[in-house]
Write a protein that binds this ligand. Structure first.
Ligand code: J2J
Length: 543
């Protein structure tokens, strides 16, 4: 296993440093620099509550460092890992930069995650603390935290934004910022992201200061960010797209301002674009479609908007074509992954490339290859497996030998699981996935993970979950469930059971079909992969 203080092989690390890709900067150091360079510039406008809150760069540094010192005063030590599950709000940034200042590593959970996923992150990351909001979307995160305390012996601290109940209130975690540790090594892991891969439970993705800052810096340059940028963080701030492509971090790095809406709906976001003169926003394809529909009815002054980024799932060309005329801005397709590689259509690309491709990699140091099942390269234009190695793509998952054995080639390429074709300019078009993951409106999970939950039901003999194309979500999930001989089970019971299992709501199947025999429903004895493929085809032909 590669060490956490330097998870890239030494020779490649040296090459990236020598080429100037890795500059040796770190997040805590940058926060101080930003606050020194433009202390009274707005860094974050939080429009998620009833009264908008503005945090300047100076205030962000002040609050973050006091929070970091507060964590140390609570007994946490530099090096500790802390799961952060906060919605889009100022406190997210205070917490994350506070953790950086205290030499601790955030583990970024999504607001939709539930006890089962958070327990997995806490255990896998050996995290000692959890930062949550009191309630979110009607879900009481404090009740979840009580369950987690019983379940995870390493969880020693819970900090709550809002009504803390029996836990420590976020606002009280403050101390004079003395005794903050020295800056971390730039090659060390800054934080862990969550992967939505094809097999089993979500994996943890270690990203270093060096590699992440390189990807953000280049992303900000490609997207033309500057101090006058106003970035609307529409998707969850803890997602890699919203953090770094170029996202909130890229905006802060450019001296711009991040605007946080109450929700991703057109009703909340379009007026904010108008009011705060937002220049760039990032959405997933289903949201782009909803915004387009909303624009048909109402007039909004969106003249400030220069770029609408769309990524996270495949954008259909028919929708892509409508975006620029309807919003009066440039469409930028973004095909990225928390594991590293990010592709952008460039703002000055010809229309055909902007509409029909998912762009090309950030860096000329991104070594991208498209291969067939045997590992041989496929000719330009033909589909194949996308593999990548480069200055901001991981070489290892955190604490997961099984996933590491499956996900990396002997020469250190990451197997993305995506099927793509590449044109002679290097632009990639996503053609599908090799593995079985569901990409439901940009939220990904593995079929296997949810199948395992359903198999925990006594009355279930077997189950297969497949993705079905969906006009509004891109994909939806369908579970084919075979009950044990002589018993019956209803979809409503399965849904109820899954809710009790405390998993993210987007993982609960959109459709459940009860079948008498899975293998007979398909044809002959099949591998799981082929079984899923046959079920998908059968389902589609019957609809
Ligand atoms: C088709 N599939 C896409 C796209 C991601 C920027 C943008 C997105 C993500 C992200 C990200 C796609 N068309 N435009 O981290 O920095 C699918 C692929 C990919 C997987 C990664 C970023 N953009 N995908 O979505 O880690 O299957 O990252 O491998 O959540 O989403 O998902 P995730």
């Amino acid at each position: 296993m590669l060490p956490l203080d330097q998870p890239y092989p030494e020779a490649r690390a040296r090459a990236y440093r020598n080429a100037g890709y890795w500059t040796g900067e770190t997040f805590p150091q940058l926060l101080r620099k930003w606050a020194e360079d433009h202390p009274s510039h707005p860094a974050i406008i939080d429009a998620s509550g009833t009264d908008p809150r503005v945090l300047t760069y100076g205030e962000l540094q002040y609050r973050a460092e006091r929070f970091g010192a507060g964590l140390l005063a609570q007994g946490l030590k530099p090096g500790a890992r802390v799961v952060v599950q906060l919605p889009n709000c100022v406190e997210f940034f205070v917490a994350v930069f506070g953790l950086f200042a205290a030499g601790m590593q955030p583990v970024f959970a999504l607001p939709a995650h539930r006890q089962t996923e958070i327990a997995h992150f806490l255990t896998k990351a050996e995290a000692e603390a959890l930062i949550i909001q009191d309630t979110h979307d009607g879900y009481d995160c404090r009740v979840m935290a009580q369950g987690l305390q019983k379940q995870c012996s390493n969880l020693s601290h819970v900090f709550v934004k809002g009504d803390a109940d029996v836990f420590t209130a976020f606002e009280t975690v403050q101390a004079q910022p003395i005794g903050l540790p020295a800056d971390p090594a730039p090659s060390s892991v800054a934080f862990l992201l969550i992967s939505g891969g094809s097999t089993g439970l979500p994996k943890l993705i270690p990203r270093t200061h060096d590699d992440y800052l390189y990807s953000i810096r280049e992303s900000a340059r490609i997207c033309g960010l500057s101090a006058s940028t106003r970035y609307l963080a529409v998707l969850p701030v803890s997602h890699n797209f919203t953090l770094s492509s170029p996202g909130s971090f890229g905006t802060l790095l450019s001296g711009g301002c991040v605007v946080l809406p109450r929700s991703s709906s057109a009703g909340d976001c379009l007026p904010l674009i108008e009011y705060y003169r937002v220049t760039i926003a990032a959405v997933v394809p289903p949201l782009a479609q909803l915004w387009l529909n909303a624009l048909k009815g109402k007039q909004h002054d969106l003249t400030s908007l220069r770029v609408l980024q769309v990524g996270g799932a495949k954008l259909q060309p028919e929708i892509a074509m409508q975006i620029e005329p309807a919003l009066g801005c440039r469409l930028q397709q973004v095909f990225g992954m928390a594991e590293g590689l990010v592709n952008y259509t460039r703002l000055d690309d010809p229309e055909d490339i902007r509409i029909n491709t998912q762009g090309r990699p950030i860096s000329k140091a991104d070594e991208v290859r498209v291969v067939d099942d045997t590992g041989d390269r496929v000719p330009v234009g033909l589909p194949g497996h996308l593999q990548v190695r480069g200055p901001y793509t991981i070489c290892t998952y955190h604490n997961d030998d099984g996933a590491n054995a499956r996900s990396f080639t002997d020469d250190g390429f990451y197997c993305t699981g995506d099927i793509v074709s590449r044109d002679d300019m290097g632009n990639l078009t996503v053609q599908g996935r090799a593995g079985d993951h569901i990409n439901r409106a940009g939220e990904k999970f593995s079929a296997e993970e949810v199948e395992n939950h359903i198999l925990a039901l006594d009355r279930v003999m077997d189950v297969a979950i497949v993705s079905i194309p969906d006009a509004s979500l891109g994909e939806r999930s369908c579970a084919f469930v075979e009950p044990r001989t002589g018993v019956s089970i209803r979809p409503v019971e399965i849904r109820k059971f899954l809710r009790k299992r405390e998993i993210a709501p987007y993982k609960i199947p959109d459709e459940i079909e009860i079948v008498s025999s899975l293998q007979k429903t398909a044809v002959g004895k099949l591998s799981r992969k082929d079984l899923r493929q046959q079920l998908r085809s059968k389902h589609l032909s019957e609809k």
